[in-house]
Design a protein around this ligand. Structure first.
Ligand code: CTP
Length: 429
C-alpha cells in the first residue's frame, strides 16, 4: 500500500525509540522506501547501524552528519524535504514538540521539519506527567493549528512503571495512519457538506453584560477540523470562543441563540449533515436594556430581578416534520439521569444520533482536551466510548456520520476509523 512512497522517519530521544526498528520493517514490508533521521539523543536508545541496516540507507544523525554517511557538506535537509512524501516523527519527545511548535531547528529531525512542506505526522511518547503538562498541551495544540498531524499516545504501562497516557501507539497503527495520510485514503467525506455549531451563545442583558456558559468550543472545532480533513465542505457556526479557525473551514461568527438559529437555518438548507455541538442558551433576557443597568435599579428588597424567556430550540426548528433528508446530530449535556434524558431529546428533536456527555465526570470537563461520550442512535442502540482526546471523539462521531449518510463502512471507511485520534488542518505550503 505504500509502494513507491518515500517515508522520512525522524527518531528522537525517548525510550520508545527501541520500538522503531519494527516500524522501519513495517514501512518496508508495505513497499515504502525509508530514510531515517535521528537526533543525537535518539542514538542513545537505538543504534544508527540498526536503523540503517533495516532501512537500507545510512541514517542521518545530528545536524552535521558524520563524514562516512555521505551527507556532509550537502543540503540534505532541502533534498529530503523535496523527495520525501511524508515525514513521520516517532517517538516525538516533549522537548521535540516544544521545539517544533516554536520553529527551533537544532538537530536533524527539527531541521528537516522546518523545511518540509508535505504532511508531517508526529507520534508523541513520554511519561504521562510530561504529556499532561500545560506546556506540552499548548505545544500539541499549536502544532495541530499549524497543520501537523498529531497521533495521541495510548494509555497503559509506561517505562517508568507508572500507568497513564504516554505510550507510543502500536507499530501497526502508526503504519496505518501513515498510509492513510500518504495515500489520501481518509478523505471518505469528500463531496459532503456539513454545518457544525460550536461554543456558547451569549445573551445580552444590557450594552455591557450578558448571560453565558462555560462551553470552550473545543469539541465543535475538533469536529469541524476533522471533517474538513476527511474531505467534507465544512461551515462552522461559532459562538464567541478563543480558538483559531481550522484550516479549510468556513467560519460564521454569531453571538446570541437567535443569531445562531438564523445562521443554522440559512446555512443548513441543502447541506448533507448538521452537527449541533454548541451549548445554546436556553433562556435569554425578556428585554435588553438599551442603557447600562445602574446599581440604583435595585429594588427595595436589595435584589435586582432579571426576567428570562426561553430561546427557540434550533434542533426543533430544523425538525420540519420528519421530511428532512439531511442527517442531524445533537449533543446532550446531562448531569443526572443521563441516558434517559438523552433519549427524550433524541426523540423530541427528531435526531439521527445524539452524543451524550456529562461535564461533571472525570475527563469530560468544560474546556478540557478529552471527552467521555456515549452515542445513542435513533433506533435505540447505544455505544459508550472510552475517554478520548476531543479529536478522537470527533473522528469516532464522523465514522458514525459516514454510516448515517449512507456511505457504508467498506474497508476504506474502517481504515479511516483507525486514525481517529489524528487531526489537523491542511499543512501550510
Ligand atoms: N439546542 C438547540 N437549541 C437550543 C438549545 C439546545 O438546538 N435553544 C441543542 C444543543 O446544541 C444540543 C441539544 O440541543 O445539540 C441538546 O442541548 P442541551 O443543552 O443538552 O439540552 P436542552 O435541549 O437545552 O435541554 P435541557 O437544558 O433541559 O437539558
Amino acid at each position: 500500500m505504500l509502494k513507491g512512497r518515500q517515508i522520512v522517519l525522524g527518531v528522537t530521544g525517548g525510550i520508545a525509540a527501541y520500538k522503531i526498528p519494527h516500524l522501519v520493517r513495517e514501512f518496508v514490508k508495505r513497499g515504502a522506501s525509508v530514510k531515517v533521521l535521528m537526533s543525537e539523543s535518539a542514538a542513545q536508545f537505538v543504534t544508527p547501524l540498526t536503523l540503517s541496516t533495516l532501512s537500507g540507507s545510512d541514517a542521518i544523525v545530528g545536524t552535521f552528519p558524520s563524514p562516512d554517511s555521505g551527507h556532509t557538506g550537502k543540503t540534505w535537509h532541502i533534498d529530503l524535504a523535496r523527495s520525501g512524501d511524508i515525514l513521520v516523527i516517532a517517538p516525538a519527545t516533549a522537548n521535540v514538540l516544544a521545539k517544533l511548535s516554536h520553529g527551533i531547528a537544532d538537530d536533524a529531525v527539527t531541521t528537516l521539519a522546518l523545511a518540509f512542506r508535505k504532511d508531517i505526522l508526529v507520534c508523541p511518547a513520554m511519561d504521562f506527567d510530561m504529556w499532561e503538562h500545560r506546556a506540552t498541551r499548548q505545544n500539541v495544540a499549536a502544532l495541530r493549528e499549524m497543520g501537523y498531524d498529531v497521533l495521541d499516545p495510548d494509555e497503559g504501562e509506561l517505562a517508568s512503571g507508572l500507568s497513564g497516557p504516554g505510550r507510543l501507539p502500536e507499530i501497526e497503527r502508526i503504519a496505518d495512519v501513515t498510509e492513510a495520510i500518504a495515500t489520501g485514503s481518509r478523505r471518505d467525506l469528500a463531496g459532503t457538506t456539513i454545518v457544525v455549531t460550536a461554543g456558547p451563545t451569549l445573551e445580552p442583558i444590557d450594552p455591557v453584560r450578558y448571560i453565558g456558559n462555560r462551553s470552550s468550543g473545543k469539541m465543535g472545532f475538533a469536529i469541524a477540523s476533522a471533517a474538513s480533513k476527511r474531505g467534507a465542505v465544512v461551515t462552522l457556526v461559532s459562538g464567541p470562543v478563543r480558538l483559531a479557525t481550522p484550516r479549510g473551514v468556513k467560519r460564521v461568527e454569531v453571538e446570541s441563540a437567535s443569531e445562531m438559529l438564523r445562521a443554522v437555518v440559512r446555512l443548513g438548507n441543502g447541506t448533507d449533515a448538521i452537527v449541533m455541538a454548541a451549548a445554546v442558551a436556553d433562556f435569554t433576557p425578556a428585554s435588553v436594556s438599551p442603557k447600562k443597568i445602574k446599581k440604583s435599579a435595585l429594588g427595595k428588597d436589595g435584589l435586582l430581578r432579571l426576567e428570562l424567556k426561553p430561546t427557540k430550540d434550533i434542533l426543533l426548528a430544523l425538525a420540519d416534520g420528519g421530511k428532512r433528508k439531511r442527517v442531524v446530530v445533537g449533543f446532550a449535556l446531562e448531569t443526572h439521569d443521563e441516558t434517559k434524558n438523552a433519549r427524550v431529546k433524541l426523540k423530541e428533536k427528531k435526531l439521527d444520533l445524539i452524543v451524550l456527555n456529562n461535564p461533571t465526570k472525570e475527563g469530560s470537563a468544560f474546556g478540557g482536551d478529552t471527552n467521555v461520550v456515549t452515542f445513542i442512535w435513533k433506533g435505540g442502540r447505544t455505544e459508550k466510548l472510552r475517554r478520548l482526546p476531543k479529536f478522537g471523539v470527533a473522528n469516532e462521531l464522523l465514522d458514525r456520520l459516514h454510516t448515517l449518510l449512507g456511505k457504508g463502512r467498506g474497508p476504506k471507511a474502517r481504515k479511516v476509523s483507525k486514525d481517529r485520534e489524528v487531526s489537523k488542518a491542511p499543512r501550510r505550503a
